[in-house]
Design a protein around this ligand. Structure first.
Ligand code: PLP
Length: 389
């Protein structure tokens, strides 16, 4: 008798070999996160240009102190789903804080942003409905659309006329839902939210936006691209966010009307059938929101640094997607092996940058994806620029 799993699943060895040959095998590494945009891999200190800790809050002493307080008073885990007994004082406080921050009636937490997208879409549409999904949407939105059972139409945000034609044909469906990232996670470009709101209104559709990369960064108060584009009052808008990026913690959330939140509480399965977030994660997120409100200069400085850096990359002739804003700075290299080679060269030079390959991005569009955070000063970003050019 052998425990060798390749005997049980002989196809695994073949598949893994194919991935390796195509430059698509992902290796697991161990990363030690350090303050101020740094990390350590294999004992080497690198500047981390691959993290989503955009506002440099993961190591902020105030965030850590808040998490510690909740950890010590409420324990390590929530011990049950929110629906049963897992919704502690910290969850309720964070939900209230998120609703107030985003100017909505209510909010609901999910174990992750992925779960929030999956749970919200599947709670809102089903077999009799139709959902319109941008081609560049995050995997969690696409998975939610597929799982919902609704008819799925994929569009390109650069071709809204096509979306409009599809919407014109969709009047016979019970409900229509348009789903989009607000800032596309692999391209760093914003969705045309104003135009999408117009289309949603004209064709009696709801608009669901995923602000994962925008919360805490954009808008006067840091509420995201809905704030920046002034569409927050749109009546059929559903806003989803994550606590795991700008807010430096873990978890997903939806804010909206009390009725929407009541419905998700009753019908959004990922939050019904998963254990609630650790109370310490909730406390950390509350502290992060406080900082976002108190320190607008943090996001303003970051966005200025990003703006300058993006312009320099474009001027230097690198293939950066047009129309980008904010901290996600992709450099398209097309070939997966080229992207991996470029990332290892940068690592030699002391920078951790992600090589992004299919299936995360469409075939032929492999890329370096640089994320700038508030932990990187202009000088550090300049050093990276010189390594790239
Ligand atoms: C990261 C990401 C998510 C998932 O968020 P998690 O909280 O990490 O699960 C959802 N949507 C987009 C656009 C993302 O980039």
């Amino acid at each position: 008798m052998s425990n060798d799993p390749t005997n049980t699943f002989p196809w695994l060895a073949d598949e893994l070999r194919d991935l390796e040959r195509g430059g698509l095998l992902r290796k697991r590494r161990q990363v030690k996160s350090l303050p101020d945009g740094l990390c350590e891999i294999d004992g080497r200190r690198l500047v981390n240009f691959a993290s989503n800790d955009y506002l440099n809050l993961a190591h902020d002493p105030r965030v850590i102190a808040a998490a510690r307080e909740a950890l010590e008073s409420a324990g390590a885990g929530a011990t049950a789903s929110a629906l049963v007994t897992g919704r502690t004082e910290w969850h309720a406080r964070l939900e209230q804080r998120l609703a107030a921050f985003e100017g909505h009636e209510a909010a609901i937490l999910f174990p992750t942003g992925y779960a929030a997208n999956l749970g919200t879409i599947t709670a809102l549409v089903g077999d009799d409905d139709i959902v319109f999904c941008d081609r560049l949407n995050h995997a969690s939105l696409i998975d939610g659309c597929k799982l919902s059972g609704a008819r799925l139409r994929v569009y390109r945000h650069t071709q809204l006329d096509k979306l409009q034609r599809e919407l014109e044909k969709a009047a016979g469906h019970r409900r229509r839902l348009i789903v989009t990232d607000s800032l596309f996670s692999m391209d760093g470009v914003p969705a045309p939210l104003v135009e999408l709101c117009d289309l949603a209104e004209r064709f009696d559709a709801a608009l669901l936006i995923d602000e994962a990369h925008a919360t805490g960064l954009f808008g006067e108060q840091g509420r995201g691209l809905a704030e920046l584009d002034n569409i927050e009052e749109h009546p059929s808008l559903i806003r989803i966010g994550t606590l795991s990026k700008g807010l430096a913690s873990l978890g997903g959330f939806v804010t909206g009307s009390q009725q929407l939140i009541d419905w998700l509480w009753n019908r959004a399965r990922p939050q019904m059938f998963s254990t609630a977030l650790p109370p310490s994660a909730c406390a950390a997120a509350i502290a992060a929101i406080d900082i976002i409100e108190q320190e607008p200069e943090r996001r303003q400085r970051l966005l200025e640094t990003c703006d300058t850096f993006r312009k320099k990359l474009i001027t230097a002739g690198l293939d950066v997607p047009e129309g980008g804003i904010g901290p996600i700075m992709p450099i398209i290299l097309n070939d997966p092996e080229r992207a991996v080679a470029a990332a290892s060269e940068l690592e030699e030079a002391g920078f951790l940058v992600a090589a992004i390959r299919p299936p995360t991005v469409p075939t032929g569009t492999s890329r370096l994806r640089i994320t700038v955070t508030a932990g990187h000063g202009d000088e550090t970003v300049d050093k990276l620029f010189h390594s790239l050019c």
